[in-house]
Design a protein around this ligand. Structure first.
Ligand SMILES: Cc1cc2nc3c(=O)[nH]c(=O)nc-3n(C[C@H](O)[C@H](O)[C@H](O)COP(=O)(O)OP(=O)(O)OC[C@H]3O[C@@H](n4cnc5c(N)ncnc54)[C@H](O)[C@@H]3O)c2cc1C
Length: 507
């Protein structure tokens, strides 16, 4: 009889878990059956690409993620997550047809705009010697100060506190308020006051804690990074060196959801995988005989030998029936809501300059987190299309303070129009728009996040639970991170015994 592995959630985390499990079973010649359960009527979770009709020249509104990075961010210790996604695209045979990269040298990538004192400024114009807005001093002053700041051992701290400790009152203010605050709004929709330096700025934090200062450790960490071997033989930096040097980010020609559709098509072609949509899991119970009993919304009872949860942590907590410890720890991971508004304009020239978009520091007191210039990003494939489109992001950690739940769609649109008029002098009415209100859109890895992960590991190991946790709640929110993390977790799952045999400290 084959072992049954249940996967909860048909977002990208759940789908790639099924993919890597199936690959592993094939390689190790293990007989397993995979059952994947998705609550809604469609797979993909936050990945949603809305293809507009001919009237709107078939523009694509990305309602969730839209671009992937080719280089790792501050929180990753290696570039393997990015390379791993490229390998996945190649294996799914969509690399050649869908991969639409943006050159590192292009204005879209290079122009990094923030809204500062009533106008957009370009961080690209900052000179290391002479400085420039929004910094009060030339960048080398900050670097020197940091290098000579004494280091102390810290368990974890907020990003604001980390910068304050490294740069002091006066210097940290510029960096926190005008660089990190907007940057982290763009990734986590979260606040520098709460996000964990240890998790979110992992490279910088580790560098300081290990080598005495970020600057002193930076090159040493880079050398270690470059030498670090992946646990996966197919991931070689050298295979992608040229690509990564030339390009920085990419998107999918036919929209992000093509990745989901291709995965689904592939998974459905495999004999040992069953995908269930419209089948929410309402209750899970860990049994004495080391299996897990699942109860579906349709009252079906299913026993699985191992469970992979790709649900948001709070959702998993809500369906666990008989493990209060696990529930409590899972509920410690906070999520923030967001409002995403996609707008299409008939005018082709609505952008002040070619750029990825702009971010708005909290100090500027805007209703918006940031604005993405979609038509600039998708220029390679969309330049012949009529008009232009942009996306406005709102809410995140500021959702409650701004009372955004009280805004009707009309009020939201009006607010956005006023803000766009003020920021980029856009006085035009959109010809089409879509407002998506995303509850619990994104997890915030706040101070103590690593302790939560350690506590989860301890419960799972001590109680010998047949459970693997993947998805964006734990070890990375970017699509690359979610995919790579699932692959790593499955690599360390012993399919014969259905147990995690070990987890390495990766990324
Ligand atoms: C607005 C926005 C923009 C983003 N932009 C980017 C970007 O540009 N680049 C990038 O790399 N990342 C981006 N991200 C982050 C990235 O999209 C997410 O981290 C990632 O998609 C999360 O995938 P997941 O599978 O972990 O979770 P989800 O996508 O949340 O999937 C979880 C799935 O579980 C299902 N589910 C819930 N409860 C149950 C249940 N009881 N039973 C069965 N199924 C259930 C849900 O319906 C859902 O399909 C963005 C995120 C948001 C919200």
């Amino acid at each position: 009889m084959s072992n049954i592995i249940g996967i909860l959630g048909g977002g990208i985390g759940g789908l790639v878990s099924a993919y890597y499990l199936a690959q592993k079973a094939l390689l190790t010649k293990t007989n397993i059956t995979i059952l994947l359960f998705e609550k809604s009527s469609r797979f993909g979770g936050w990945i949603k690409s809305n293809h507009l009709t001919k009237t709107y020249d078939k523009h694509i509104f990305e309602l969730g993620p839209r671009t992937l990075r080719l280089k790792s961010g501050f929180s990753s210790l290696s570039n393997y997550p990015a390379i791993n996604t490229l390998e996945l695209l190649k294996n799914l045979q969509i690399f050649d047809t869908q991969f639409s990269p943006i050159e590192t040298k292009s204005p879209t990538y290079r122009n990094r705009l923030i809204y500062y004192q009533n106008k957009l400024i370009n961080l690209e114009n900052l000179s290391i010697i002479y400085g420039g807005k929004p910094l009060k001093f030339p960048p080398f002053v900050y670097l020197l100060y940091e290098y000579f700041s004494p280091s102390i051992k810290v368990e974890d701290e907020s990003i604001r506190s980390f910068l304050h400790r490294r740069l002091g009152d006066m210097l940290s203010e510029d960096i926190v308020e005008y660089l990190l605050d907007p940057l982290l709004k763009g990734i986590y929709a979260g606040s520098v006051n709460n996000l964990s330096a240890k998790t979110v700025l992992r490279k910088l934090f580790n560098s300081e804690q290990k080598y005495g200062s970020v600057i002193a450790g930076w090159n040493k960490m880079k050398i270690i990074d470059d030498k670090e071997q992946s646990i996966f033989d197919d991931l070689q930096h050298s295979n992608y060196k040229d690509l990564i040097n030339k390009y920085s980010i990419y998107y999918f020609k036919d929209g992000m959801e093509i990745l989901v559709q291709t995965l689904i098509k592939y998974l459905r072609s495999l004999p040992n995988i069953q995908l269930y949509e419209n089948e929410a899991i309402e209750k899970i119970e860990f049994c004495q005989n080391s299996t897990v009993k699942l109860k579906t919304k349709l009252n079906r009872l299913i026993n699985v030998d191992h469970l992979i949860s790709a649900l948001p942590s709070y959702e998993l907590a809500s369906i666990i029936n008989n493990n209060n410890n696990l529930k409590t720890v899972l509920n410690r991971i906070p999520f923030v809501p967001m409002i995403v508004v996609n707008l299409l304009y008939s005018n082709k020239n609505i952008f002040p300059q070619s750029a990825f978009g702009y971010l708005i520091p909290s100090k500027e007191e805007s209703y918006l987190l940031g604005v993405l210039f979609d038509s600039c990003v998708r220029e390679q494939t969309d330049k012949e299309k009529m008009g232009s489109q942009l996306t406005v992001m709102m809410g995140g950690a500021w959702y409650d303070k701004l009372k955004l739940n009280r805004y009707s769609d009309e009020q939201l649109l009006k607010t956005i129009q006023n803000e766009l008029k003020k920021h980029i002098n856009l006085d035009e009415k959109p010809i089409h728009y879509q407002i998506s209100r995303l509850n619990n859109a994104i997890p915030n890895y706040n101070v103590g996040h690593q302790n939560i992960l350690d506590d989860l590991d301890t419960i799972i190991y001590k109680e010998n639970l047949p459970l693997t946790l993947v998805g964006n709640s734990y070890r990375g929110v970017g699509i690359n991170d979610v995919i790579y993390d699932a692959r790593v977790e499955i690599e360390y799952l012993n399919l014969k015994e259905q147990r995690l045999i070990q987890r390495l400290e990766v990324n």
